[in-house]
Design a binder for this molecule. Structure first.
Ligand code: UD2
Ligand code: MN
Length: 576
């Protein structure tokens, strides 16, 4: 099979011979022994060509690196990006199909070794961390749930666990098939599991969704600690011991590795310095988000690589003591398909007496994708239903801030009485305590002077300010859309500080467009004034007024003249 790859940072221009690509293909079909044989043959071939072979990558700071054979120029080796060039129409078709099915570049993933090496991504300071001896650490069951995952990403996840975990700490790898229908995940996967002594496949009898699939895995796990991973990850050297070590010291500590980014189109493995690690937060739309490490947290720790307190976790990658997980009532089994479970486990951990941490010396890569490639249930908004259950049970009076965001339209979210009872029985602390002690940076919308839509009076009064307000929207102009009365992208607040904001994003005008920009609390370009008589929204420093453009798509800033397109109805406006 001839393939016209490959350009990668160091190997740019090195023609990859057919042998190498057959090697990749065979690796994917065969078990470990066959692979070792291929690697040996390949090593000999490379040696005979006089290519320098590195057997071991011993670092100066003493951190151990894998000693497996290493093929410097193979695609994706050492986490380098793989780029395709000059594809035939058939090849291009294969690439497109792979993208369509997975929302990442499967064509490239299929050509990267299932055992590729990664650079040692740990901060050099990690070599000074003291861990308990392996004999004193708990063992773990690694649970990987998947719904229609590509073969190469799933197996690369599994191999990275087996290749880079001390065998005595890895009790088993449980693959939970959430009712996939792709052929390679059936008999071929069973055969793979039989060949390895640690891997087990369990299968859901119907589509359960990620959350109940995780519970299936937990129910059959025998290790002391449960470690969850997504099905398109790569564990880096030394990832496991630092996680288990924290749990060994205190079983109520829930730990997450640093999640490195594996590029969805080139499979490049990206990582950064310990100082640049982010911690988890959430916004009042119950969406997880990332933040820089708060100053108070920098002060609390002696070293940048010490365990880092985080208000929330991203969700996919973490370790938890099995008994502690059960004591916390695992996940709400009423959560469907995807989402919300990460905030549930985060709030519970903190509120019910545990600690949630990111461990800077433990790294796992994850392919982040821009859309989800699989089917969700039709007819219900699954994520909203999960979030309403979450808010009902854990947020106390603060739940109103989320409900405002969905226009208080709660729909049927099922019965949460047993989850409320669980919280009571555990004697967990209040959400107020959590906000004050764990997440004091969080913006609390309670002090806002107005909350809801901002509707223009021009052109039949049916157009509202409408924009995303997250990182993706930053620096982009705010836009207008038909009013829909559903909150979401039409939910805005006037803060006491005279900002027009949603979560941490503010409307900002510096002479050109009105854009969505991170709030800076400095007034300046983010200070607005609402006049309840003229209905004008004016910008304090420029004195100009907000106006809807004549095609009602944009917001423009004009000299104030009071025409209907400069009149706005700000919902629930209650000045102090
Ligand atoms: C993020 C988390 C993920 C989970 C999710 C929902 C990370 C890196 N990832 O997901 O673990 O917490 O947010 O809050 O933190 N899957 C099933 N059945 C389904 C749907 C998905 O088994 O019905 C599997 C899927 O194959 C994957 C995992 O669940 O292994 C997470 O799904 P994803 O990768 O599509 O979502 P992602 O990474 O945005
Ligand atoms: Mn994922």
């Amino acid at each position: 099979k001839k393939v016209n790859i490959i350009e990668n940072d160091q190997g740019a221009g090195i023609p990859l011979d057919n042998l190498n690509l057959h090697l990749q293909d065979d690796l994917q079909r065969s078990g470990v022994e066959k692979m070792e044989k291929h690697l040996q043959e390949h090593t000999d071939k490379i040696k005979s060509k006089g290519v320098q072979q590195k057997d071991s990558l011993q670092r100066e700071d003493g951190l151990k690196q894998s000693t497996k054979p290493y093929f410097p120029q193979a695609p994706g080796e050492m986490g380098r990006p793989v780029r395709l060039k000059k594809l035939s129409p058939e090849e291009q078709k294969e690439v497109d199909e792979g993208l369509q099915k997975n929302a990442f570049n499967q064509y490239i993933s299929d050509r990267v070794s299932l055992h590729r090496h990664l650079p040692d991504v740990r901060d050099p300071q990690c070599s000074k961390q003291q861990y308990l001896p392996v004999s004193q650490l708990p063992d773990t069951s690694v649970i990987i749930c998947f719904h229609n995952e590509a073969w190469s990403t799933l197996l690369r996840t599994v191999y990275s666990v087996i290749d880079r975990s001390p065998p005595s700490l890895l009790n088993e790898v449980i693959l939970v098939d959430d009712f996939s229908d792709m052929d390679h995940l059936k008999q071929q996967l069973d055969e793979f599991a039989v060949k390895t002594d640690k891997v087990r496949v369990i299968r859901a009898k119907r589509r359960e969704g990620l959350i109940r699939a995780r519970l299936l895995g937990a129910a059959s796990a025998v290790g002391q600690v449960l470690t969850y991973l997504d099905s398109h990850c790569e564990c880096a050297e030394g990832w496991l011991v630092p996680l288990l070590d924290q749990i060994a010291r205190n079983v109520t500590t829930v730990v997450c590795p640093v999640i490195d980014v594996i590029n969805d189109s080139t499979l490049e493995y990206h990582y950064g310095k310990a100082a640049s690690i982010s911690v988890g937060g959430f916004d009042w739309n119950m969406q997880f988000n990332w933040h820089a490490i708060p100053e108070r947290e920098k002060k609390r720790r002696a070293s940048e690589v010490d365990p880092l307190h985080t208000p929330t976790m991203a969700g996919g990658l973490f370790s938890i003591d099995k008994a502690w997980f059960e004591k916390l009532g695992t996940y709400d089994p009423g959560f469907d398909i995807w989402g919300g479970e990460n905030l549930e486990i985060s709030f519970k951990t903190w509120m019910c007496g545990g600690t949630l941490e990111i461990i800077p010396c433990s790294h796992v890569g994850h392919i982040f994708r821009k859309r989800s490639p699989y089917k969700w249930r039709t007819g219900t908004n699954v994520l909203k239903k999960n979030s309403i259950r979450l808010a009902e049970v854990w947020l106390d009076d603060y739940k109103k801030y989320y409900f405002d965001r969905v226009s208080n339209d709660l729909g049927d979210f099922g019965d949460v009485s047993s989850r409320k009872k669980l919280r009571q029985d555990l004697g967990c602390k209040s959400f107020k305590w959590y906000l004050e002690n764990v997440y004091p940076e969080q913006f609390i919308p309670g002090d806002a002077v107005a909350s809801g839509e901002i509707r223009n009076k021009g052109d039949a009064s049916e157009w509202c300010l409408d924009s995303l307000a997250n990182r993706a929207a930053h620096h982009k102009p705010v836009s207008m859309y038909k009013c829909h009365r559903q909150g979401g992208n039409q939910f805005w607040q006037f803060s006491k500080e005279a900002e027009i904001r949603r979560d941490d994003s503010c409307l900002d005008y510096s002479g050109k467009d009105v854009i969505v920009y991170p709030c800076h609390n400095q007034k300046g370009n983010q200070q607005w004034k609402y006049n309840t008589e003229t209905l004008a929204i004016s910008h304090v420093s420029s004195g100009r007024c907000m106006e809807m453009s004549s095609d009602h798509k944009k917001v423009i800033m004009e000299t104030c003249h009071g025409s209907p397109r400069q009149q706005w109805v700000v919902e629930n406006y209650k000045p102090e």
